[in-house]
Design a protein. Structure first.
Length: 128
């Protein structure tokens, strides 16, 4: 079975008219299929992101932190799968691919903590 890696844009997983086959650089075997986003897909994703800006701005910091931590937890729960995919598509040794996945987890955890920091010259009490 060939893995398919759809584009996540504007809140949905989608495919475009431009599939790309991903090969392992060492053995030439097919790892999976991904899709390149068209200019229209990119534009729609940008517009949806802009429309969510106000809602995200008004989201309490404890909720932002909880969301970011849940992303880190979900990645961590699938660390072996992500590591395997990264090994196959890049040809990296397991140790280094796992380090990259762990780094992604760390980035979300740091962002979760930073989302609770004071954002400016005034103190928002929404975290309480």
């Amino acid at each position: 079975m060939i893995n398919q890696f759809e584009i996540y844009a504007g809140g949905s997983f989608i495919q475009s008219d431009n599939p790309v086959t991903i090969f392992n650089p060492y053995d030439g075997k097919t790892v999976g299929i991904a899709w390149l986003a068209s200019p229209q897909i990119l534009e729609e994703a940008i517009l949806k992101a802009q429309s969510a800006r106000e809602a995200m701005k008004n989201l309490p910091s404890f909720v932002k932190s909880r969301i970011l931590n849940s992303i880190a937890e979900e990645i961590e729960s699938k660390i072996e799968n992500f590591t395997g995919i990264l090994c196959r598509e890049s040809g990296k040794p397991w140790k280094y691919a796992r380090g990259e996945v762990q780094r992604a987890i760390q980035v979300f955890r740091v962002a979760a903590e930073e989302s609770k920091r004071l954002p400016g010259e005034f103190i928002s009490i929404d975290w309480t």
